[in-house]
Each structure stands twice: as C-alpha cells, then as structure tokens.
Design a protein around this ligand. Structure first.
Ligand code: HT7
Ligand code: ZN
Length: 863
C-alpha cells in the first residue's frame, strides 16, 4: 500500500468548473455518463498535458476528450485510476462507466441499502462512481440527471434544486438537479428509492422559506419527527449564534439502514444512518434522542464549516470536523444541562481519546501521513480537534471567538483551505498569539500536567509543569501552550479567587495568588480547559469540599471521580495481590452520603456524580490493564456502596420512579437517569425484591429508557426475570432492527461462562446481518466493549472470535473491518495473559491478504 504525506501536497494540474452526471439505473448495472468542463490550473504555470483521475471497481465503457475517443497511447488505466496524456489547456472530458451498486458491499460510492440506492462519497467514494480527481480541492458546479424505474424508485434525489423531472418511457422516469454552489466531489449525493417522507418548512431571518424533507423507508415516518424538530432547532441556533443563514431553498435528509458511520453532510442532501434519525419513545432511549439531536445539528452545521469552506486535502480533516464538533458541543450545551453535557464530553476525551493518543495509532490532530484516509476519522481528529477549538475560544472569549469564526468563513468562502488558514484567521481577528499553540495540531500525545501548591504568609504558589510522552514516530515533544483555569475556595465553599485562565507556556511555571486569609482549596483545569492528564495530589477533605461546593458542576463531578478512584485503585491492587478488598475510603463515603442527603437540583448531575469511574478509566490509571482485577474492583466498590446506602438508594429510586407521560426534556431525562442509577446499584445486592422490581419496571414501562434501565439492572442476575424480560423484548421488537441491536448488545454484554459461543450463535442467527454495520457494531463491538470478562477469557476464544470476524468482514467492508482491528491493536496496554492473547489474534489477522485499511491498523498494532 502507498503512504501519502502531507508535505507532498501539490495543487491539481487541471480544474473542473462544471460537472454533468447522468445516472441510468438498471437492474444489475448503472451506467454513469460524466461530462466535465476542464481547464488548466492558472496557478501552475508550465505544467500540464498529463492528468491523473482516480477510479476503483469501475468498468470503463468509453473516454473522450472534446468528443474524440482518447487514443490507447494517451491512456494508462490501472486498478486505482488512470492517466490521461497529451491534454490541451481547456477541454470537455466525457467518461462513461458502469457500476453495480447491488454488489457493492463496501458502502462507499453508489450502493444498495435495503430497497434503496444511495451514495457515500467522503472521503474517496466518488472514485467508485466515475474516474475523477477525487480530492477536496477540486470544486465544481454539478448538474445531475437520474433515470430509473418509476415503480421501484419513485423518489429520485440529488444535491441542489430539482430543475426538471418527468416520464422517460417504458415505465421509467427521471429528475434533473442543479447545485448552484461549487463543491468537492465528496459532497456529491444521490438517492433513489420508494420512500416515505415527512415535510416541514423553516423561515430564515431574512424571510426566505426553506422546504425541509426527511425521507425514510415507508412505515418509519413516525420515528422522524424528533429529527425534523432538531433540524429546525439547529437552523435557528446557527442564525442566532453565528448569524449563519441556510443558503438554498430546500434541505433534505434521507435515513438509510446500512451506513458505515453516523451521517454525511452532502450539500442540501444529508444522508443519515437510521440510528441517528429514528427517535420514538417506544424504541429510543433518552441518549438516543440526544444523539439524534446532536448529529442532525452537526451535519447541518457543516453547511458552512465544511461545505462553504472545505478542506484543501484530507490531512486537514479536523479543519471541518474539529470546528463542527465544537459547534455541535456548544449547541448541545445550550440544549441540555450544561454541566452534564460537558461531563459527557470530558468523559469521551478521557475514556477514548486519551487511550488512542497513548496507543499504537496515536497521531496528531493534523496527521502527517496515512495509507487509508478512512482510518483517520478518529476521536483524535474529531474530539481532540474540537478541544483545540475550545481552547482558542476560551483564550479569546466566546464573543470574540464567534466573531473570529465569522471572519474565517467570510475570508475563505467558497475555498478549500488548511488548518493553518484557520489559525491565521483566528489570530487576525482576535489578536491572540497562537505560535506555540500550533504545536497542538502537529504533535500527538496527551501532555501530563503536574500541579503542586504551597501556601505561606497569605500567598499561594501554584507550580504547573508539563511533559508529553513519546508517540509512534515522535520521540521528542515541544512545550504546549496550555490554558489552565484556576479558582480558589475557602473552607465554607465561598469563592476567594474567581475562576481565571492562566497559560502554561514554559515547561514549568509558578503562578502566585496573594492576599489570602487562609489556605484555600484549589480547583484547577476546571471543566478540562485543555486535553491534558492532570496529576495533582489533593487530600480527601479538599476533594470533598470541591465536590460539595465548587461553582463548576464539572469540577464537582471530577472531585467525586478522584475520590472513587482512590478506593478503586486500592481494590485493584488488593485483587492482584490476593489480599482482602480494602474498606471504602472515608472521603468517598462522606461524599456519597452528602450527595444522597443533599442532592443537586440537576438530577442528571446527581446521576453522574453517583456513578463510579468506568472500567476504562480505572484501567487507564495503571501501566498495564489487569482486566479481571479492574472488573472485580468496580463490582466490589459498587456493591459496597449499595450495601452501605441501600435505604437511601431505595428512597432515591422511589422518588424518581417512572410515572408515565414520557417527554424528552432535561428535567424528565435527568429523573430517569437517577432512577436507572439507583436501580443499577440496588441490583448489585441481588435480592428477590430488586429482581421483581426490575421486572415490574420493564412490564410497566411506557418508554425505551425505562425498559433499558430494567434490562441493564438484570444484566448480571441470571434467572426467571432476566429470561422473561429479554424474551418479551425480542418478540415485541422483532421487526425493529435498531431495537434488536440493543438486544444483540445485551446478549453480547452478558458474561455467563460462554458468551463467545453465544455470540457465535448470534452471528449465525437470522436476526443478524453481517453486511449491516449497525448489526456488526452491536454484536461484535458490544461484545468487546461491553463484556470485558467474556472478550478477555483465558482460553482466548473471545480474541479468536473477533479475529475471525475481522477476516470475514475485510473481504466485503474494509472500513468496518479496520475499525474492528482497532480493538485488538492496543494489546500493549494490557497485562499478561491478555496482551499475549490479543497480540496472537492480531498477528493471525496480519498473516492474511488484507485490504489497505485493515493492513494499516494491523501493522501499526504489531509494529
Ligand atoms: N463527514 C462525515 C464523515 C463520514 C464518513 C467518512 C468516511 C466514510 C464514511 C463516512 N460517512 C460519514 C460525517 C461527519 O463527521 O459529519
Ligand atoms: Zn462532521
């Protein structure tokens, strides 16, 4: 496989002003006739004549320059594209190709999802449709004609406005779309199918009416109203927050069942995974509702940050994704509990991004090289990228930063640009000096921020020091520019220094706070002002005070996490040394008691603060992850808390018990979350009463959130109640694939001695479809992530199962196979015998003839 380097960038020798595409959809084959008006790139003087067009899995029918067939000598065709030689400065290129969407299981290019045909072109799927310079810096205006059987495909869609449609004879029909905005080919989209639709309208600030439509397979329309409401919300929010008004007369979303990721922001024709559109109280949980709202907003926000201003090349992916995730995060914070929304973001960074940044696949937010671009749609590019934007926003102030983003969008409207262009625009507008800040984009790895404090004579000296571990290919790291928020509190919880941001620029710096009456409690890195690992040994009593009084809910939660973590770590060590489990920490018990006696009004915050750190978080605290010890410690601590606070948890559950009348809003969802948390604790005690209660909750539930709370509580309680509720669930939702994904996840996450065998049975079950990524993620992903003991079994059956599935999948959907391979790749982080078992499985995968996607991940893991 060929590795591509950021430093090798060269502008395209030819540009395409207009693209005209004609899709003739027939059974067994689709003929694509593409006509392009091409001209030499005026910026590149003295080059030309020879031009590379990407193309994969295409049958080339004909190719002509100015309507003259290209002579054999002027054409070199290979598996990945073709060279054209002897080209004039301006010409019309006509390319006719044939493709077969029915046999395209990669879910890139034009493919079938159930009864409809749809496209996915980002990052390089357009080259599976026709020969084309499949790179984002070639921006063109598209006209698209689609013709198909009228009965089978009554709905024909593409980007932009429908300018013509009608009958085409022999029971066929056609539609022509014109997109007035120049765009890169990765934003091209086409859909053909027999679809149901819900419609609405949105009137922009300047009074333009935008027609909104959301298409889905018939029968699912009632699950789409929340997505439609979210879209309107996002449109209004972008106007109110950034002054960005939608720029076309129609905006269409299509929900498809088979999709490799969550959604795609194609110009005016977004295509979504049904999992990110469908939301009905009977079938979707509160978190599903929130996810739908946020992904709909995210894709809509791309219309400016991504579509109007796009990326010059794929190394710049975070230019659009980091910024759009940041905007999505702001939107989510404005639509829910701000504290809890930020907590969820922080958890994601710590639980998923930090491990990626410490593993074999660590890469900068702006990568330097890649083999397969699809492998770089990572948590680092997306979420760490968003954190970098957030840091700049904090340094500039939110208002100044919003203005700076507008400046960037105005300056580069209609262009394909770089992260450097973005940072420059922010500097120009805000006056910030971001010279050292740029290292965040160029260097991988999570900096460690070591904090120590000294107090004497009314003066607090806070010493901050940074160090960043080596990552693959980057031995030495420079100092980062780290914004650290600091606030000081007295013993009664009163603020003695309001929160402020200090910037750590050097390796080590001391910040002094004078005029203090007594030694204050220090609160640092509040709400994670920078994506760093904080090392700050605070005594329990300081943490208990912060947990009770800090003005920032995220810091209160963080203090609680530190208290839990101290006991959890002691329990891990005790298990490893075959010693009795330690008594629960004093500080932790005081904190939980205080929380239950005087809970915060924000019920979702209460639930978060009552939840002990995840297994991933606990594992992260050790040099080598001991899966069994981590599981034992987490179970032990939860059970002890439940035993000590049983009565309080019962009361909490009673006070938040389901009362019917489902609405999805912050207060109601917060109450459901507290109920689920209390039930989960009580289930650790495994009493007949709690089993009965969980079953009763399941039976009476009027919504999926409560149903799942009951099923989760019964997860580790084999017996009548668990069997009955699961059987009912499977039967009740048999015709709802997305709900059956929840059922698959439950099965995969249940450790009962031989989960691996059960997962293998499910892989062969009719309810499982190997070609659908949602099913694979639910069953195989659910097994690896949701069932640590089953996946890491001593007989290595869990690893073998995953290796087998990677190999099977790689032949049909390399993008998904590579994602699964990523689950075995970080084997070095584990203790023995886990590390050896994972490595062995990965090595077995590596012996096969693999796609470039999977090969890149496996080699990084073994390297
Ligand atoms: N920009 C979109 C990324 C995406 C994607 C990438 C590769 C392969 C398939 C894909 N589907 C969607 C989604 C987003 O981040 O907004
Ligand atoms: Zn995105």
């Amino acid at each position: 496989p060929q590795r591509k380097y950021r430093s090798d960038y060269q502008a395209s020798i030819y540009l395409i002003d207009r693209v005209s595409l004609d899709f003739d959809i027939r059974d067994g084959s689709t003929r694509v006739t593409a006509r392009h008006s091409v001209r030499r790139n005026p910026q590149l003087i003295g080059t030309g004549g020879r031009w590379w067009l990407d193309g994969r899995d295409l049958r080339l029918v004909s190719i002509a320059v100015d309507d003259e067939p290209v002579a054999d000598g002027a054409l070199e065709v290979s598996e990945t594209g073709l060279w054209l030689n002897g080209l004039p400065d301006r010409f019309t290129l006509t390319v006719v190709t044939e493709i077969d969407p029915d046999r395209n299981l990669s879910l890139e290019g034009l493919y079938r999802s159930d009864d409809m045909l749809c496209t996915q072109c980002e990052a390089t799927g357009f080259s599976r449709i026709t020969y084309f310079p499949d790179r984002p810096d070639v921006m063109s205006r598209y006209t698209t004609r689609v013709e198909a059987d009228a009965e089978r495909y009554p709905v024909l869609l593409s980007n932009g406005n429908c300018i013509e449609s009608g009958a085409a004879g022999e029971g066929r029909h056609y539609a022509v779309y014109e997109d007035p905005f120049a765009k890169p080919c990765y934003l091209f989209a086409l859909v053909a199918g027999d679809l149901g639709v819900i419609r609405d309208t949105f009137t922009t600030t300047s009074g333009r009416e935008v027609a909104l439509a959301l298409y889905t397979e018939h029968g699912n329309e009632d699950q789409c109203h929340h997505a439609m409401a979210s879209l309107k919300d996002a449109m209004a929010w972008d106007e109110a927050t950034y002054g960005l008004e939608y720029d076309l007369d129609s905006f269409v979303i299509v929900a498809v069942g088979s999709f490799n990721m969550g959604a795609m922001e194609n110009k005016s024709l977004n295509i979504f995974n049904t999992a990110c559109i469908f939301a009905h109280q009977d079938t979707a949980t509160d978190s599903d509702f929130a996810r739908v709202r946020d992904v709909v907003a995210h894709e809509y926000f791309h219309n400016y940050t991504g579509n109007r201003v796009t990326c010059r090349d794929w190394f710049q992916l975070s230019l659009k994704e980091g910024l759009t995730v940041y905007r999505e995060h702001q939107f989510a914070i404005d639509h829910g509990s701000p504290g809890v929304t930020r907590i969820e973001q922080v958890r994601m960074i710590r639980d998923v991004q930090f491990p990626e940044d410490a593993g074999p696949r660590a890469h900068p937010v702006r990568p330097e090289s890649y083999v397969e671009m699809n492998n770089f749609y990572t948590i680092t590019v997306y979420e760490k990228g968003a954190e970098l934007i957030r840091m700049m926003a904090q340094m500039a102030g939110r208002e100044a930063f919003t203005k700076a983003v507008k400046h960037y969008l105005d300056k580069h409207d209609g262009q394909a640009v770089t992260i450097e262009d973005f940072v420059l625009a922010i500097e120009e507008s805000t006056g910030l000096d971001l010279a050292q800040f740029r290292h965040w984009y160029a260097f991988a790895g999570t900096p460690r921020l070591r904090v120590s404090s000294r107090f004497a004579d009314g003066r607090l000296s806070l010493e901050l020091a940074q160090a960043t571990p080596a990552t693959p290919g980057q031995e030495n790291k420079p100092n980062f520019d780290i914004p650290v928020s600091v606030a000081l509190f007295d013993d009664a919880g009163q603020v003695v220094r309001a929160p402020e941001i200090v910037r750590l620029i050097e390796q080590r710096e001391t910040f002094v706070f004078d005029g203090l009456a007594a030694e204050p409690t220090v609160s640092v890195l509040r709400g994670l002002t920078a994506p760093v690992r904080l090392e700050f040994d605070q005594p329990d009593d300081a943490l208990v005070r912060l947990m009770a009084h800090d003005s920032d809910p995220v810091s209160r939660w963080d203090a609680a996490q530190s208290l839990y973590m101290a006991t959890l770590k002691a329990a891990v060590t005790a298990h490893q040394n075959d010693e009795p489990m330690p008594a629960l920490g004093e500080g932790m018990m005081t904190a939980v008691a205080a929380l239950l006696a005087d809970p915060p009004d924000d019920r979702a915050l209460l639930a978060e603060m009552l939840t002990v750190p995840s297994a991933t978080q606990i594992g992260e605290a050790f040099d080598a992850i001991d899966v069994a010890a981590v599981e034992a410690a987490r179970r032990y601590v939860k059970r002890e808390i439940a035993a000590r606070f049983e009565a309080e948890l019962e009361r909490l559950a009673d006070a938040h018990a389901p009362s019917g009348g489902y609405v999805f809003d912050q207060v109601a969802a917060g109450r459901r979350r507290v109920f689920a948390t209390a039930l989960d604790y009580l289930a650790c005690l495994d009493t007949p009463a709690i089993r009965k209660r969980a079953q009763a909750v399941y039976d009476a539930a009027d919504n999926m959130t409560d149903r799942m709370a009951a099923l989760n509580a019964l997860q580790d309680l084999p017996g009548e109640e668990r069997e009955a509720t699961r059987a009912d669930f499977a039967e009740r939702f048999a015709d709802q694939p997305l709900v059956m994904d929840k059922w698959l996840r439950l099965q995969a996450a249940t450790e009962d001695g031989d989960t691996a065998a059960r997962v293998r049975d499910l892989l062969a079950d009719d309810r499982f479809d190997f070609t659908n990524p949602n099913r694979v993620r639910a069953l195989v992903g659910g097994f690896v992530r949701g069932n640590p003991l089953g996946f890491h079994r001593a007989d290595r059956a869990g690893y073998a199962l995953v290796a087998d599935e990677i190999l099977r999948l790689d032949a049909i959907n390399p993008q998904l196979a590579a994602a699964l391979a990523g689950l075995l790749a970080p084997w070095r982080r584990y203790a023995e015998p886990y590390a050896g078992g994972m490595r062995e499985a990965l090595a077995r995968v590596g012996e096969a003839d693999l796609s470039d996607n999977t090969r890149e991940i496996v080699d990084a893991g073994l390297g």
